[in-house]
Write a new protein. Sequence first.
Length: 126
Amino acid sequence: MAKTKYTSVTEYIASHPPKTRSVLRKVRGAIRKALPKSEEVISYQIPAYKLNGRVVIYFAGWKDHYSIYPAQRRLVAAFKDRLEPYEVNNKGTIRFPLSEPVPVGLIEAIARFRAKEVTENLGDKR
């Protein structure tokens, strides 16, 4: 992962080792399935998905895990039981080990939850 200026999610995923690439493709697929009308972008040099110009969700690959962002209190509370096996920190990060199967259904549900939050917040500002 020497390159740090990504221009696409495909390029970002390709920069990772083969094992991580496979996992990140599954995460990407889950998010795209949950948010089919979203715009796929690179933001803060990691993959992000936007609806109505606002970022809904990010993901990133690391050495031993991959992460989903942001995970605010409301989201964490809504998925408390399903997130129990994973590390959730108070900075808005959910960490999933690369060594375990990708919880595709959970990631899809988180993406849909975030889309609803963003849509509701957007409506509040209009």
